[in-house]
Ligand binder design. Structure first.
Ligand code: FES
Length: 158
């Protein structure tokens, strides 16, 4: 993990946010969202800070971070590839698309490639069922895909 992510300034921002949320009910999720935004991930050092700030056990926080796909323990790759496994996409073969992407970039679901280039995620319905099966790469959306489209799409993100 590069050092700059955990710089003091980021912790100060997080602290300010924690102070604002502290007395509210269900503060943990908003604080984790903010941490994910500030640091790009929620590593243990950040979880410790949140644990102290909100007086919630580290075990509980770790459980939440690892349960929800929107939080990651390590920084995400330059490109986050999301493959929709919602019902509409699934019946139209998104699993095959996912398997092909896995093979092409050699990354498992939920993981980031060692060079920090790709993060691969399986997502729920993203509300574009008319385009099923759908994948997203950062802000770009690709729909009505067949497995054979995958290499060409990935080429744009090499
Ligand atoms: S199920 Fe994939 S976009 Fe809705």
């Amino acid at each position: 993990m590069s050092k700059h992510i955990l710089m003091k300034e980021n912790f100060e921002k997080l602290d300010q946010f924690i102070v604002m949320q502290k007395d509210k009910k269900g503060a943990l999720i908003p604080v984790l969202n903010e941490a994910q935004k500030i640091f790009g991930c929620v590593p243990i050092e950040v979880q410790k800070k949140i644990s102290e700030g909100l007086n919630i056990s580290l075990a509980e926080i770790y459980g939440v971070v690892t349960f929800y796909a929107q939080f990651s323990l390590v920084p995400k790759g330059e490109y986050t590839i999301g493959v929709c496994l919602g019902t509409a996409c699934y019946v139209k073969g998104s699993q095959k698309i996912l398997d092909r992407i896995k093979k092409e970039i050699n990354v498992e679901v939920g993981k980031t490639s060692p060079d920090g280039k790709y993060t691969l995620e399986a997502t729920r319905c993203i509300g574009a069922c008319g385009l099923a099966p759908v994948i997203t790469i950062n802000e770009d959306v690709y729909g009505r895909l067949v497995e054979g489209d995958v290499p060409e799409i990935l080429k744009k993100y090499e």
